[in-house]
Design a protein. Structure first.
Length: 408
């Protein structure tokens, strides 16, 4: 009998994303604990992370998936199975995993297919609700509406659903009340990387003050994602009590949609130094790109932490951009695309980098693989998984034919 040869990380060609199942499970256990204490249900937000090669270790802890498009709802339906040995006490082994569908706007030619995969569908606007509620009713699919409280916990205007002139959800209580007969729940997503329980609780209190009579007429409320409750010092029990109290007060099933919380710290982007230079500071160029492979760094003007250099754990945080001393000879690590601002970050390293050094950038699971692209035709990183038993699987590799096929 032939066996699959063992894969060594040292022998892998860079760049590649490395996912660690043990780290994912550690996050899952926190989520499961929160659900056990609060009675909430947790759905994986596929917009953040959709690498289905690790869904087997996530399924026992989560209640399903939530989506932002036809492709995502189909992926959740097809790949987030219902045969797991569930560990979360709130999930019965006979329970079907839920597949929630949401989109900022559905087109008429896709709505029937969306409904064929969905257990619940959430419309972004009353006009979309009115356009498609008949099809949902015909298939007995529960319907929800996105509610926008016009307040948020977000430090980034680009990710702020309460930004001026926002299109994300309905805010007029009278208009929402007028369609309560057509919906069974609402989705409220107004947190982004919010690590403050006090801020979350105050925001929820404001929502209760303004929409409490609406909430009391619903069956379920999704509070979305963006709550960083997996941080070591986060008061998980307080959050659980707050969610449980909210659920009992209004008689609703609470849903959470953890994306980043599901895979925080569970992935890295492993690269190789291709060149070094000096232009007032040390410069290094690696065989990956933030434009193509960690796009959120560019969008939010952030830097990546370094997880390791040549396999040695380093945990080096980037230099704070507001505290950069031009006279200090730090190292700036660049991506290999032609974009001048393709910069992973500036770092105070213990020694100068050399051509051939391997650098793993940390926290590279969320909003990376779902956003990767072929800018400059730069090689797309493979997706590699370290399984729970320590073995290494190459889940997917990409080549020129993939690049060519992505174009016309």
């Amino acid at each position: 009998m032939n066996s699959t040869p063992a894969v060594s990380l040292a022998a892998l060609k860079t760049p590649y994303y490395l996912l660690d199942e043990a780290a994912i499970v550690a996050n899952m256990q926190i989520i499961a604990r929160l659900c056990e204490l609060s009675g909430a249900k947790a759905l994986l937000a596929l917009k953040c992370f959709a690498t289905w090669g690790v869904f087997d270790v996530m399924e026992p802890y989560l209640h399903g998936t939530t989506s932002s498009s036809l492709n995502e709802v189909r992926l959740g339906y097809e790949t987030f199975g219902n045969n797991s040995a569930d560990i979360n006490n709130n999930v019965n082994n006979q329970d079907k995993k839920e597949t929630h569908a949401y989109s900022v706007a559905y087109s008429a030619d896709e709505i029937d297919e969306v409904l064929s995969y969905a257990d619940k569908i959430i419309f972004n606007s009353i006009s979309q609700l009115n356009a498609f509620k008949g099809q949902a009713a015909a298939k007995n699919i529960p319907v929800g509406l996105r509610l926008n409280p016009k307040t948020s916990n977000s430090s980034f205007i680009i990710a702020d659903p309460a930004r001026p002139f926002s299109r994300l959800g309905e805010h007029d209580k009278d208009k929402i009340a007028a369609v309560l007969g057509d919906i069974t729940g609402v989705m409220i997503h107004n947190n982004c990387e919010n690590d403050s329980f006090e801020a979350f609780s105050a925001s929820l209190a404001d929502i209760e003050d303004r929409f409490g009579d609406v909430l009391a007429q619903l069956e379920w409320v999704s509070l979305g994602g963006g709550i960083h409750f997996i941080a070591p010092d986060y008061p998980l029990e307080k959050l659980a009590d707050r969610l449980k109290g909210f659920s009992e007060k209004y008689g609703v099933q609470v849903y959470l949609e953890p994306g980043e919380a599901s895979i925080h710290g569970a992935g890295s982007l492993v690269t190789t130094v291709l060149d070094t230079m000096h232009n007032e500071k040390n410069l290094a160029v690696v065989d990956a790109s933030i434009e193509a492979h960690m796009l959120d760094l560019l969008i939010y003007r952030e830097s990546a932490p370094i997880a390791s250099i040549n396999g040695e754990f380093m945990a080096i945080a980037p230099v704070n951009k507001d505290q950069v001393d031009d006279a200090v000879d730090n190292t700036i690590i660049y991506g290999r695309s032609c974009l001048a601002g393709d910069i992973f970050g500036e770092y105070a390293l213990p020694s100068n980098l050399q051509v051939g050094d391997k650098i793993a950038f940390g926290n590279a699971a969320g909003y990376t693989m779902v956003k990767k692209n072929w800018f400059n035709g730069v090689n797309m990183p493979a997706i590699v998984i370290r399984r729970l038993d320590g073995s290494i699987d190459i889940q997917r590799e990409f080549d020129y034919q993939d690049y060519k096929a992505s174009l016309s």
